[in-house]
Design a protein around this ligand. Structure first.
Ligand code: KG4
Ligand code: ZN
Length: 349
């Protein structure tokens, strides 16, 4: 019997709606309010929530149209229940509840971060029995151990302060680059010498190396970059922005790839799956591929459009939950801005 899942994503600034049928992506449509934030230098949650309200129905119509599927053919509705911005999440979950109720179909409130990994299955095929997941975005930098993605996910570690994308955005601001700084630093760093300035690698030495084997800390690095730039400016010297971007990018990607691949080796897993908006970073892709090859590990990273927030990641995890017979969330669920990464699907209280 064929199963068709509708996936709805609204955790941040993207309204993403997708249709997955039997593990195959039929449509994935995204609307974003990102263009509105350049002048503020950051996302304004209230604007994002209102944008979701405006784009929800047109995006849904476009996705169904593209998939050639009617609402009556949907077997289950999956929606991001957390983590994310409270207003944004609420719009998506409310829409999903309304659809599930009207269609009399099960509702699954899924974990956005686990969705970032699950989308790779739509692109690169079925997952192995177990793998290590690295999810890096504007809000998260986490290492997860994954068995069956519908039932067995464990958070091994994460950032103690800034997420990788967040650190890039903050350093972007420091270097006078437009918001969001991540892609700009990525581009600039290709013109710089990554060995010219060595910035600190947090939680990689001494006791921290053991106690925080899978944790990250990027705020010290961000401060080191700020001090370096301020020092040059106070002496009236020119800031070598490309070298700063390259050195900073290297410090972050060195730690991300090293810790994720260490996790693969410790658990004896031969696959690393990378997801989240920051996995668009070119140096992360390069370094992960290089280092994984040296250790005989396979790296799976979906194409960039599936790394940023989208509906396909939600529909993909929804499909896994349905086919593994996981109990639906029910209409009583709320949203959870800080949803625990060990929790794959939300349960009603
Ligand atoms: O997953 P995502 O779309 O939204 C969140 O859930 O946070 O990730 C967005 C983050 C932003 O911080 C952005 O600057 C960063 O990903 N990003 C990049 C690149 N492309 C996007 N960071 C570094 N290099 C890139 N090429
Ligand atoms: Zn995300």
């Amino acid at each position: 019997m064929s199963i068709t899942i509708l996936g709805i994503e609204t955790s941040c600034d993207e309204t993403g709606i997708a249709v997955v049928r039997d593990g195959e992506l039929l449509a994935d449509v995204t609307a974003t309010s990102m263009d509105e934030y350049a002048r503020y230098g950051g996302i304004i949650p209230e604007i994002a929530s209102r944008a979701h309200l405006q784009t929800m129905v047109p995006t849904l119509d476009a996705a169904l149209d593209k998939a050639g599927v009617t609402l009556g053919e949907i077997d289950a509705v999956a929606v991001t229940a957390g983590p994310g911005l409270i207003g944004s999440l609420t719009v998506g979950v409310s829409a999903a509840k309304a659809l599930a109720l009207a269609l009399d179909k099960p509702l699954y409130g899924i974990n956005h971060i686990i969705g970032h990994l699950c989308v790779d299955e739509l692109v690169d095929g079925p997952f192995p029995d177990h793998f290590i997941g690295l999810v890096v975005s504007g809000g998260h930098s986490s290492i997860l151990r994954v068995g069956n993605i519908a039932t067995d996910v464990e958070e091994l570690g994460g950032t103690l302060d800034d997420a990788a994308g967040e650190a890039f955005d903050k350093v972007g601001r420091l270097l006078g680059l437009p918001y969001p700084g991540g892609p700009h630093i990525d581009r600039l760093s290709k013109e710089g010498d990554r060995e010219a300035i060595r910035f600190p690698r947090g939680l990689t030495a001494g006791k921290d190396k053991v106690r925080h084997a899978y944790d990250f800390s990027f705020s010290g690095l961000k401060t080191a970059v700020a001090r370096y730039v301020e020092g040059l400016e106070s002496r009236g010297e020119e800031v070598p922005t490309a070298d700063v971007a390259a050195g900073f990018s290297e410090a972050i990607n060195d730690v991300l790839t090293m810790k994720a691949l260490n996790a693969c080796e410790t658990f004896g897993y031969d696959t690393l799956v990378v997801g989240g908006g920051f996995s668009a970073n070119s140096r992360l892709r390069e370094l992960a591929a290089e280092r994984a090859a040296e250790r005989g590990i396979t790296v799976r990273i979906p194409p960039i459009r599936y790394c940023t927030d989208n509906g396909a990641m939600v529909a993909s995890l929804g499909w896994e939950l349905v086919r593994n017979g996981v109990e639906p969330s029910g209409l009583g669920i709320t949203v959870d801005t800080g949803m625990d990464l060990n929790k794959i699907v939300m349960t009603a209280v």
